[in-house]
Design a protein around this ligand. Structure first.
Ligand code: FE
Length: 197
């Protein structure tokens, strides 16, 4: 075995493990297809549609904050790690931020799998202790009068932040609004901003 074999790319190692499990009769090709289909359905862009709907439909917005799971399911976003979704409302006075200090949980149906920085021990440890400073380092400087509230994911609860709708988008369509919503803004570490001209 050469050094290159020993340190094969993760995808190659995963494929080798899958082949071995299939040979051993522990796994089928159908199992693998199911996992792949699930992974592809876990797209953070789903969440942007929830946000855009909440911005444009006051009744939906109300339903979203009273039962996040049901309101996300209305748009077709439900499934594993989305059994109990709580939507958090940003206001001019309050900025919500989410973290999973235990590990790296996100609401899969609307936020997808977590980005690497969200999984980092540094983010998980520091955002609860000095959120304002961590947000500043990530490029979000909040005025002193804006309160920051950090929500720690638990075994059951998954959060999605509903950021504020930027001024100047009053006549925008729902689909156009969805395009400017970012994953970071739904985790709470960024605001939604108009694209730079
Ligand atoms: Fe977690």
């Amino acid at each position: 075995m050469t050094r290159d074999d020993k340190f094969a790319a993760p995808a190659d190692r995963a494929a080798a493990v899958a082949d071995a499990l299939i040979d051993a009769g522990r796994l089928t090709e159908e199992d693998l297809d199911g996992v792949q289909a699930l992974e592809e359905s876990l797209d953070w862009r789903n969440g942007t549609k929830v946000v855009a709907r909440a911005w444009t439909d006051p009744e939906y917005r109300q339903r979203l904050f009273s039962d996040g799971t049901a309101a996300c399911a209305e748009l077709g976003f439900e499934g594993p790690q989305g059994e109990y979704i709580v939507a958090l409302e940003d206001t001019p006075e309050l900025k919500n931020v989410i973290v999973c200090t235990q590990c790296s949980c996100t609401a899969w149906p609307v936020l997808g799998l977590p980005p690497d920085w969200y999984k980092s021990p540094e983010y998980r440890a520091r955002v609860v202790r000095e959120p304002r400073r961590v947000l500043g380092e990530m490029g979000l400087d909040l005025p002193a009068e804006v309160k920051v509230r950090v929500w720690d994911t638990t075994a059951e609860t998954r959060f999605i932040v509903i950021p504020r709708r930027p001024a100047g988008t009053e006549d925008w369509s729902e689909s156009r609004l969805a395009e400017i919503v970012t994953r970071e803004s739904m985790i709470g570490v960024a605001l939604v901003e108009l694209p730079k001209a």
